[in-house]
Design a protein around this ligand. Structure first.
Ligand code: CP
Length: 307
């Protein structure tokens, strides 16, 4: 199949075939990062702007590396050093950036729907790099890529996601993506961090972490989203960590070949112990590595490349 969409705004807008196309395309790009000369001329002459209104390490750097490895020109704009601090609206910023003819604008914003608004007012392709607690599509795609790479499939898995589900765009995008496949999805966390009616999405809810992780193929840990008020939903960090932090005891209850994932940034000693994060089942740094290949694939497809 060929890619036909102008933007990547959310997983909800993608079909199973489109998700598979991105993952397959990413596979062909992964090798480039292992070469001595990590660069191909595929996007020569294209311009990619990353416009970040929220902090980021992995996503922003990963998009920049992905674009540079495809030979695109990259420009980073962050809210703290842009005219946002002088009162400029997102709409005006976008129109001004558009005047400089970028091909792709990658945006992270604390307001859900900001990338969707942007996509309506610019001709450039828009990629959602995280909008509030709504979606983080490229994170879910790199997570699926990592699961498929490590498990050889996306069907028949028990996928357990633990933590502040209510405020997590990563949880939402992963659930939407995995729903296309025949896997069991279990959400676990304190009742205050599980959104009401989440079962309507076809996921199971389990409040006991020891029951949740039993026979799991994949365990994904989430941090408490302090910037979205997550801490006010629990009595204390210590209590949360004791009850919902992932430790070796829980890992032993999962399948022998379980993989432990985390989108980052991690709060070691809160949602995951250092021992588990650095242990033999952890694929956390593989996720980061795969993020580059997945974002190369997304940039390539959105700018007209054929898989
Ligand atoms: N996973 C993720 O979005 O990390 P950053 O906030 O560092 O980009």
């Amino acid at each position: 199949m060929n890619w036909t969409k102008k933007d990547l705004l959310g997983i909800t807008e993608l079909s199973k075939d489109e998700i598979t196309l991105i993952l397959d395309t990413a596979e062909s790009f992964k090798d480039i990062s292992k070469r001595e000369v990590k660069k191909v001329p595929t996007l020569r002459g294209k311009t990619v702007i990353t416009l970040f209104y929220e902090p980021s390490t992995r996503t922003r750097v990963s998009f920049e590396i992905a674009a540079k490895r495809l030979s695109a020109d990259t420009i980073n704009v962050s809210s703290s050093t842009s005219s946002y601090v002088k009162g400029e609206t997102l709409k005006d910023t976008a129109k001004n950036l558009e005047s400089m003819q970028p091909d792709v604008i990658v945006i992270r914003h604390n307001m859900p729907g900001a990338p969707h608004m942007l996509s309506k007012i610019v001709n450039s392709s828009v990629i959602n790099a995280g909008d509030g607690a709504h979606e983080h599509p490229t994170q879910a795609l790199l997570d699926l890529f990592t699961m498929r790479e490590k498990k050889g499939r996306l069907d028949g898995l028990k996928f357990v996601i633990i933590g502040d589900i209510a405020h997590s765009r990563v949880a939402r995008s992963n659930i939407f993506a995995l729903k296309h496949f025949d896997s069991e999805i279990v959400c676990c966390g304190p009742p205050t961090m599980i959104p009401p009616f989440i079962e309507d999405l076809g996921v199971k809810v389990e409040y006991d972490i020891n029951r949740a992780v039993k026979n799991a193929d994949v365990i994904m840990m989430l941090r408490i989203q302090k910037e979205r008020g997550g801490v006010s939903y629990i009595p204390s960090i210590n209590e949360y960590s004791t009850i919902y932090g992932l430790k070796q005891d829980q890992v032993k209850k999962a399948k022998k070949d379980v993989i432990i994932m985390h989108p980052g940034p991690m709060n070691r000693g809160v949602e995951i112990t250092g021992e588990v994060a650095d242990g033999p089942y952890s694929v956390i740094l593989d996720q980061v590595e795969n993020g580059v290949a997945v974002r190369m694939a997304v940039l390539f497809l959105l700018t007209g490349g054929e898989a």
